[in-house]
Design a protein around this ligand. Structure first.
Ligand code: M6R
Length: 618
């Protein structure tokens, strides 16, 4: 969740360190810190509450020679797990010889702390470390210091031994003050990547941080650790053996560096949807059907004869899975279940024969979904498949097949283009698996018109800003309702609105209204409804009547010719759209609604409070 950057170089590293942290800011932005060294001369730590930008400004005022000109540095942008958002809890943490930054959670930090206290009480003359933060990471720092200073371990043996002492997860970058010309990195449950440059080597939790400096990367696998110096590096496996690893090329993409004239990443990412959806479709389909080189050809083979599909995900990706259930049961007649990853990973699971497991994730690193995939890989599914946006992610590496979303980097914490490309990918999968010519024709036609359909929806953005967003300016709470595929879209609309605007938002399948939520209805709470037309329109209209009779007020996004009338409603007309892809096209006005409401309320659309983009802790 947090972001890590490390640089070991023969020239000053500060700018690369802070720029890298800013590129990772979407992973956590409550505080940031760096430790910078001039090997053999000095070392200094700077920390501040707030985003890396605040740290950058603070470092200027410090006027420190070491911070300005030091050539070895590690940095961290934090999303708090243990301990509040304070300077003291920000990383790096320094204990004795060890300075480190840490992603992940050390679950047994209380036991480790007790163990350290015991060791100190047994050893005459040893001075116990006085902890200054509330973090598990400082305990990890103290423990590593104990291993190298008191047990006499070299850094490689200390890092190799960590998994036998630690319960939890870590992506770790460490400097030992006795060897200040090198940095060490270790991975156990939290991704770490090495970047190779000229006269400089790098480490980060995400290649995005380093992409302007190098295109050559090494992905550490679980249990591996490495030493980096300016002109050399060495990777070790979990047993401590020196190993050679494949260097992967990741070309620099400048579009990742800013929001290209848009006011925010979210605005940019909403606007990109027609283009990225079109790119995804064209990668797999020609007007006559599936392209020969498509990943779907191999996936169809893996899924051949499947009698059940089980989909696992978190958050928005889970909502995409809920829509996929409608697709797979309607177009393929394959029973499909959808489950939250954090539940699946800890329960006893009964797997019907011939079941395919699909995990869905923008990042491919979400801790619960990754753990679910690992469990599934052990559990005897017909195949494990990931739908993912990051080709180099752990999920893509560890699943038996994958379908890439090709949405481009999504920086806004609120998922937008990843969600609509997930739904598109599910429809592509349905197309690839279908044996029915009529179904294939229907899907092919609808998919090919989808980019233009999405484009036409973007045109109603100003109307949403002017007529819909003001309804929510003072709202404390609101309700989203939908039927059929629009029921999960209602869930997604509510998730988007609550995470960005902090308005309490709930969503229900509209038929559930009278089983409880109807009690919430008054003339204040806005009720948001998508009415794309189709067989369930009359049923939806009846639900609207139930709310109307109790004085409720509505925001309705309806298709031309569809009227779900009530006495107090703002009706926004959608363009003429294909019903087959209505889950995708009708998700877009709800994204735009959240965007405009959040801007109206003066909040940050890219970085909502308490959240981070990539949830790598469980
Ligand atoms: O990277 P993932 O798709 O696995 O992330 C899952 C959720 O954390 C994510 O979708 C989250 O719910 C978003 N902030 C929603 O906008």
């Amino acid at each position: 969740m947090c972001g890590i950057v490390g640089v070991v170089s023969s020239t000053p590293c500060k700018t690369r360190l802070i720029d890298g942290l800013e590129r990772l800011e979407y992973r956590g932005y409550d505080s940031a810190g760096v430790a910078i060294l001039q090997p053999g001369v000095s070392g200094e730590i700077a920390k501040s509450v707030g985003a890396p930008r605040v740290l950058r400004e603070q470092m200027v005022t410090l006027e420190s020679e070491t911070l300005e000109n030091g050539t070895v540095g590690i940095g961290h942008t934090r999303w708090a797990t243990h301990g509040g958002v304070t300077d003291k809890n920000a990383h790096p943490h320094q204990v004795g010889r060890i300075t480190l930054v840490h992603n992940g959670v050390i679950e047994n930090y209380v036991e480790l702390k007790a163990l350290l206290a015991e060791k100190h009480s047994e050893s005459a003359g040893s001075i116990p470390h006085v902890f200054s933060s509330q973090t598990d990471s400082e305990v990890l720092s103290a423990f590593l210091n104990y291993l190298v200073s008191e047990e006499g371990f070299d850094m490689d043996t200390a890092l190799q031994s960590l998994p036998s002492h630690i319960h939890g997860t870590y992506g770790l970058v460490v400097i030992d003050s006795e060897k200040p010309e090198e940095i060490w990195v270790a991975r156990s449950g939290s991704p770490m990547i090495i970047g190779l440059g000229d006269e400089s080597n790098y480490v980060a939790s995400d290649a995005l941080a380093l992409n302007p400096y190098t295109e050559n990367f090494i992905y550490l696998d679980e249990g591996e650790f490495a030493m980096l110096a300016p002109k050399s590096f060495q990777v070790f496996d979990a047993e401590g053996n020196a190993i050679s690893k494949r260097v992967e090329k990741l070309p620099y993409v400048s579009e990742n560096d800013g929001h290209n004239g848009y006011s925010s990443f979210m605005a940019k990412e909403i606007a990109e949807q027609p283009a990225v959806i079109g790119r995804l479709i064209r990668a797999h389909l020609s007007p006559s059907g599936l392209k020969d080189g498509s990943e779907l050809v191999a996936l169809r083979q893996k899924m051949l004869g499947a009698e059940n599909i089980h989909i696992i995900a978190c958050g928005t990706s889970f909502n995409a899975g809920l829509v996929a259930k409608y697709y797979f049961e309607k177009y393929l007649n394959i029973p499909t279940s959808v489950e939250i990853a954090s539940e699946f990973r800890y329960r006893d699971v009964a797997i019907p024969p011939k079941t395919v497991f699909i995990c869905v994730s923008q990042s491919g690193e979400t801790a619960d979904t990754l753990a679910a995939l690992r469990k599934a890989n052990e559990a005897g599914y017909q195949a494990t498949i990931s739908l993912c946006n990051v080709a180099t992610s752990s999920m893509v590496r560890e699943s038996q097949g994958s379908l890439m979303l090709q949405a481009g980097v999504e920086v806004g914490v609120a998922s937008t283009k990843a969600f609509t490309t997930q739904l598109t990918a599910f429809l592509l999968l349905a197309f690839a698996l279908s044996e029915c010519e009529a179904t294939k024709k229907l899907l092919l036609e609808s998919l090919f018109r989808l980019p233009a359909d999405c484009e036409s929806v973007l045109n109603i953005s100003d109307e949403i800003k002017d007529r819909a967003a003001p309804l929510f300016q003072e709202s404390q709470s609101c309700l989203f309702l939908g039927r059929g595929e629009q029921a999960p879209i209602a869930l997604e609309g509510a998730l988007k609105l609550k995470e960005l605007s902090y308005i309490h938002a709930e969503a229900y399948a509209a038929g559930e209204l009278k089983h409880g939520p109807l009690a919430l209805i008054d003339d204040v709470i806005p009720v948001v409804i998508n009415a794309p037309g189709g067989a369930l329109t009359e049923k939806l209209a009846a639900n609207v009547e139930e709310v109307n009779a109790r004085g409720g007020r509505f925001l309705v996004f309806s298709a031309p010719g569809v009227d779900v009338h009530s006495d107090n409603q703002v009706d926004i007309k959608m363009p003429e759209l294909s019903l087959v892809t209505a889950a995708i096209t009708y998700a877009i006005p709800l994204q735009m609604l959240s965007y405009h409401v959040t801007v109206l309320r003066g909040q940050n659309v890219d970085k909502p409070r308490n959240l981070a983009k990539s949830v790598t802790v469980e």
